[in-house]
Write a protein that binds this ligand. Structure first.
Ligand SMILES: [Zn+2]
Length: 491
């Protein structure tokens, strides 16, 4: 008899999830999209406001050129076609933190369309379509805690009102929560490489809504979707989708119907809850914004923006593998952030062996960082430091044991490798043949039994002599040289 867990797995396998993601990314402009108020995060509530972003009657919006350039650059990085003329539109709805009663967004003529991102799935590479990228302004924020009287009052902070956002809408090409996670990871990586946003989820610079439905496998028509809103980490998005897919399948299997609605995810319970039934898009009564001209990004301007597009992560990974002979895994780690990849490349160019630099990052740096819970950006050992260590190893000036000790010291003291190396008195392994020979002679004299065994054909005993000499030299002897001398002396 099937257990209920098996039953639920087999029910689930009859259905296919369909997922689409809407991601809002805050652009790193100094000022807001339609006024010159600061976008600085964390300022006292309502200190960065003016008649425009307060929505006072008669105030007119003026478009921020930098916001357009950032949005276009991001759209280009996402392989979108840029529309020469796009139109701002009013999206009308009431919300306490939306003083104008509408948000300026884009509707049927968005800035960019038809893009895509490549993701890696268990079945190989997959292309996820991007329907559109459009510009819009953020709303304000309702505060329910952190101020006097919060127990029975809601306060409004309009510092965020009018901050520039891009909304990136994916095609419903995402088939599993895992793919959603991968898509978001790649998307964030690309946006960070372009430098148009810091994608800081805690500060709300990147927010994600997920649309999800299920349908019987093979069916063309989409099932009824629900929208999971404002989940604040990629891991929670994946968990929320897993829960929501399970919930929808169980509902349909037990004869129920999925209601089209917005749901909130409670990460403590790992469950989604219905919030409000979703209005149709036309309920927003979109119409062209009469206070703004059509936005024209002509060929010349597009060319100027395209010229600032950096090499993107995927291309960079391929090039690092080809240029420096490093593995795909090394390339993956080394391109996690643009600054990391830049640092690696300048270190690799300066080092005698780029491959050794990459190896050291993997074998000696990442583990130590993980153990102290540090991101690579805060590593006490810089890429330049790793390069210097790699060169010392390459020239056999230090042994790998000495390198490990020096790296430990760097982490203990929170100081870069070159400094610690100086402080330790520039230690070097000994290549002084006569000094090593002297130690070896002592070891041979003290261990006649092992010498006999070696001479009787038990060649593995050589390792014993090497070990003894290394120990007596306090790890300073060059192991390769010791090896050669042992073989020579014991014949
Ligand atoms: Zn303002």
């Amino acid at each position: 008899m099937a257990t209920s867990a098996e039953g639920s797995v087999s029910a689930r396998s009859k259905y296919e999830p369909v997922i689409g993601l809407e991601v809002h990314v805050q652009l790193l402009t100094a000022t807001k999209i339609f006024c010159s108020c600061s976008t600085h995060f964390g300022d006292p509530p309502n200190s960065n406001v003016c008649p425009v972003c307060l929505g006072l009657p008669g105030a007119l919006p003026v478009l921020n050129r930098k916001a357009v350039e950032f949005a276009t650059l991001a759209a280009m990085a996402l392989n979108c076609e840029i529309r020469e003329t796009s139109i701002f539109a009013r999206k009308n709805y009431f919300y306490p933190d939306l003083p104008k009663g509408y948000q300026i967004s884009q509707y049927d003529k968005p800035l960019a369309e038809h893009g895509h991102i490549e993701i890696t799935t268990t079945a190989g590479q997959k292309r996820i379509g991007i329907t559109r990228v459009h510009l819009e302004e953020d709303a304000g924020k309702s505060l329910h805690e952190g101020f006097a009287g919060a127990s029975d009052t809601t306060a409004i902070d309009l510092n965020r009102s009018g901050v520039p956002l891009i909304e990136i809408v994916s095609e419903p090409d995402i088939a599993t929560p895992e793919e959603a996670y991968e898509y978001l990871t790649r998307l964030k990586e690309i946006i960070l490489y372009t430098g148009v946003s810091d994608c800081n989820m805690e500060e709300g610079s990147l927010r994600c809504d997920a649309n999800v439905s299920v349908r019987p496998r093979g069916q063309k028509k989409f099932g009824t979707k629900t929208e999971v809103k404002n989940v604040n980490s990629f891991r929670f998005i994946r968990e929320a989708l897993e829960y929501e897919i399970e919930r929808q399948v169980e509902l349909i299997e037990s004869g129920g119907k999925v209601t089209q609605e917005t749901r909130l995810y409670n990460s403590v319970e790992g469950k989604t809850y219905g919030m409000r039934s979703k209005e149709q898009a036309h309920d927003y009564r979109y119409f062209p914004e009469p206070d703004l001209l059509p936005l024209v990004v002509d060929e010349k301007w597009r060319g100027e923006i395209r010229a600032t597009l950096p090499e993107l992560p995927e291309a960079r990974r391929k090039r690092l593998i080809a240029d420096y002979g490093i593995s795909a895994q090394d390339a993956h780690v080394l391109t996690l952030t643009k600054s990391m990849a830049d640092q690696f490349e300048s270190a690799a160019k300066a080092a005698k062996s780029p491959k050794r630099v990459a190896n050291l990052v993997q074998s000696e740096l990442m583990g130590r960082l993980k153990a102290c819970g540090l991101p690579i950006e805060q590593s006490p050992i810089s890429m330049k430091g790793v390069a210097e260590a790699a060169d010392l190893l390459e020239s056999q000036t230090i042994s790998s044991k000495m390198l490990k000790d020096l790296f430990d010291l760097s982490f203990e003291r929170g100081r870069d490798f070159p400094l610690v190396y100086e402080e330790a008195g520039r230690p070097a392994q000994s290549r002084d043949t006569s000094a090593i020979e002297k130690i070896l002679d002592e070891v041979i004299a003290a261990n006649p039994k092992q010498v006999e065994q070696y001479r009787a054909g038990k060649k593995t005993v050589a390792a014993f002599f090497v070990g003894q000499v290394m120990k007596l030299s306090k790890g300073q002897a060059n192991p390769q040289l010791v090896n050669e001398l042992v073989t020579k002396k014991l014949v």
